[in-house]
Design a protein around this ligand. Structure first.
Ligand SMILES: *Cc1c(COP(=O)(O)O)cnc(C)c1O
Length: 172
């Protein structure tokens, strides 16, 4: 709980829920927004397997969008992948490099699709004055042994949405 409070202060986000890994943080986040069987969740081709694992673990179908020259999610291709079944988008800031977060979040809001920002690989990086992971609806961090900051194994969910947080708190 002390660690959660410190993360919340450091990243300037209202709510933080710690879990056992980045993968379980993604799954918990997907569950909190009601992702279930036959829903579609879009993520990107250049990625870490955990995003797809978490989607499949919820019984949903992963849809893979292409990347752009910066190796991050392509907004152009993302637009082509959205269907009526799209429940959420998991964007990954790959290898410490910020994705087109502003434009993608604007698109998500217009389409009323939840944006999950997987920030397992860019902890501490910022877009303008905000930490990555605190811009979309939900942010994900991993504290795995191979990441920039580690607890051995671990992860957390960042959000400013009380309802999402409450669900994550009970579900974890
Ligand atoms: C490492 C990583 C994860 C998963 O984290 P674990 O703590 O290993 O489960 C998820 N997404 C990305 C992009 C990662 O690099």
């Amino acid at each position: 709980r002390e660690f959660e409070k410190k993360i919340s202060k450091k990243f300037n986000t209202k709510y933080v829920q710690c879990v056992t890994s980045g993968t379980s943080a993604i799954k918990t986040a997907l569950k909190s927004i009601g992702v279930k069987k036959d829903d579609e969740v879009i993520t990107q081709s250049f990625n870490f397997i955990a995003t797809v694992e978490a989607i499949v673990d919820c019984g949903a179908n992963p849809v893979i969008a292409s990347i752009n020259n910066s190796l991050n999610l392509s907004l152009i291709d993302l637009k082509k992948q959205v269907t009526k079944k799209t429940k959420a988008i998991i964007l990954v800031h790959m290898l410490g490099y910020c994705a087109e977060i502003k434009e993608i979040y604007k698109f998500c809001k217009k389409k009323k699709i939840i944006l999950i920002e997987d920030n397992c690989e860019a902890i501490g990086a910022k877009y303008k004055k905000k930490y990555l992971g605190t811009i979309g609806d939900i942010g994900i961090l991993s504290f795995d042994f191979g990441k920039n900051i580690t607890t051995g194994e671990g992860g957390c969910i960042l959000t400013n949405n009380k309802k999402i947080y409450k669900y994550c708190r009970s579900y974890h």
